[in-house]
Write a protein that binds this ligand. Structure first.
Ligand code: GLA
Length: 383
C-alpha cells in the first residue's frame, strides 16, 4: 500500500504543519448476521486490510480529501449542518464523518487528507464504515479532541444513516475496538466488547462471490425490509426487545407463516448460535464452530432470504474443498462468504475454490477476491 503521506504532499504540496496517519480496518463477521440492529450480540473480527488516511489540520473550515484516481479530489466547507451531496459520491462518507463530529461537538477546523486503502469496496468488508471511522478520528485529532469508544459509538452508526443506510453498530465497533488475534463479541445493550482469543490454528478466508452488493438502491431496500419485518414480528408478539424474545422462542407459534415469522425465527436462532459459537471458540471446538456457520448460512438463505445462488454455490464449494464451515457474511445479496478451516487444510480449500468456483471467471483476482482474514487490531489499538 502506498504511503498516504506521499499522496497528501502530492495533492496539496508540502506544508510545515504536523501530519499524522489514522488507520481503520475492515471487518468480517464470523457469526451473528442481521441481528445487530435488533440489539443482539455479534462476533466479527477486524482484518489486516485497512483504510489509511494522512491528515493535516487547517486553520479554516475547509475539508479537502484526495483518494485513488477513480475517486479523485473532493472539498467542502464544514458548516454546522451538512447535507449529503449526489448519491453514490464518496464525498458523502467524508460529510458523514464531519456531520457526526459536528452534531456532537460542533464543527471545528477542517483538514487536508489523503486516503489509501487495500480494502476492496462493496465486498461485505465494511470499507465504507472503515472510511467513516478513519475520517472521524482524523477530524477529532485535527481539533485536539479525544473521544471515548462509547462516544464514538453514539455518533458513528447515526453518521452512516446520513449516507443512506442505517445498519447496526457492528462495523464501527469491530473497526474500532478489536484486538489482535481475537474475535470481538460485541454487545449493544449496554455497549461492551469482549475479546475472544481465536485458537492459533483456526484460519478464515473471505471469498468474494464476484457479485457486488451495492449498499444503495435495491440492496438497501432489501436490507431495510428485513429489519422492518423483524421489528414488526417483535411488536406483534408484544416483546419489548429481542433480548426478551430469545428467552421465549416458542412464542413464534403465534405468528402466521410469512416474512415476519421467518425473520423472528432467523433472529432468535442466530442469537443462540452466537452464544454457542463463542463457547466453541473458547473450547477450541472447530467442528462445532464450523457447523454453526453452516446453520447460520441456511437460516440466512431460507428464512431471511438474503443469500444468492452464487453465495450458496460458494459455500458448498468451500465445504467440498475441505472447509469446516462457511456462510455469507455482511448484509448478503451478493458480496462475500467467510470460509473457516484449520491451518493444515487452508491450501487445499484455497485450491478447491479456485478450481471449482473461480475457474472461468476472467475477473478473478486472488488479492481482491480470496483474502486471508486473520484477526487484527482495531483503530483504537493500532500503533
Ligand atoms: C451490514 C450492516 C451491519 C449488519 C450487517 C448484517 O453490514 O452495516 O450493521 O447489520 O449488514 O449483519
Amino acid at each position: 500500500m502506498t504511503d498516504p503521506r506521499e499522496q497528501l504532499v502530492q495533492a496539496f504540496g508540502p506544508e510545515p504543519t504536523e501530519t499524522w496517519v489514522v488507520s481503520a480496518p475492515g471487518r468480517v463477521n464470523l457469526i451473528g448476521e442481521h441481528i445487530d440492529y435488533h440489539g443482539l450480540p455479534v462476533l466479527p473480527i477486524a482484518i489486516h486490510r485497512r483504510i489509511r488516511v494522512a491528515f493535516r489540520a487547517r486553520t479554516d473550515r475547509r475539508i479537502r480529501a484526495v483518494s485513488a484516481k477513480e475517486y479523485g479530489l473532493r472539498e467542502f466547507e464544514w458548516t454546522p449542518r451538512l447535507a449529503p451531496t449526489a448519491a453514490g459520491d464518496w464525498e458523502n462518507y467524508l460529510r458523514a464523518a464531519a456531520e457526526a463530529v459536528g452534531r456532537k461537538w460542533g464543527a471545528g477546523v477542517g483538514a487536508d487528507a489523503a486516503v489509501v486503502s487495500d480494502l476492496p469496496p462493496a465486498a461485505g468488508l465494511a470499507s465504507s464504515s472503515a472510511l467513516i471511522v478513519a475520517f472521524t478520528l482524523g477530524l477529532l485529532q485535527a481539533n485536539r479532541r479525544r473521544a471515548s469508544f462509547g462516544e464514538l459509538m453514539e455518533i458513528l452508526p447515526e453518521g452512516e444513516q446520513f449516507v443512506g443506510t442505517r445498519g447496526g453498530g457492528m462495523d464501527h465497533a469491530a473497526s474500532l475496538a478489536s484486538r489482535e488475534g481475537c474475535a470481538s463479541l460485541i454487545e449493544f445493550e449496554p455497549l461492551a466488547v469482549r475479546a475472544i482469543p481465536v485458537p492459533e490454528d483456526w484460519r478464515f478466508l473471505v471469498a468474494h462471490s464476484l457479485q457486488t452488493a451495492e449498499k444503495s438502491g435495491t440492496a438497501r431496500d432489501e436490507y431495510n425490509a428485513r429489519r422492518a419485518a423483524g421489528t414488526a414480528a417483535l411488536k406483534r408478539l408484544g416483546f419489548v426487545s429481542y433480548r426478551a424474545a430469545i428467552e421465549e422462542p416458542d412464542a413464534v407459534e403465534k405468528l402466521p407463516p410469512g416474512p415476519e415469522r421467518d425473520s423472528f425465527l432467523h433472529v432468535t436462532s442466530e442469537a443462540l448460535r452466537v452464544r454457542a459459537a463463542v463457547k466453541a471458540m473458547e473450547q477450541d471446538d472447530a467442528g462445532s464452530f464450523g457447523r454453526l456457520l453452516l446453520e447460520s448460512h441456511a437460516s440466512l438463505r431460507d428464512r431471511l432470504r438474503v443469500s444468492s445462488p452464487a453465495l450458496d454455490h460458494l459455500v458448498e464449494t468451500a465445504v467440498e474443498s475441505g472447509a469446516l464451515g462457511a456462510r455469507l457474511t455482511g448484509a448478503g445479496l451478493g458480496g462475500c462468504a467467510v470460509v473457516f478451516c484449520k491451518q493444515p487444510d487452508l491450501a487445499a480449500v484455497r485450491r478447491g475454490l479456485i478450481a471449482h468456483y473461480y475457474a472461468g471467471h476472467p475477473n478473478f483476482d486472488p488479492h481482491q477476491h480470496l483474502i486471508d482474514a486473520q484477526p487484527g487490531p482495531g483503530a483504537l489499538h493500532l500503533a
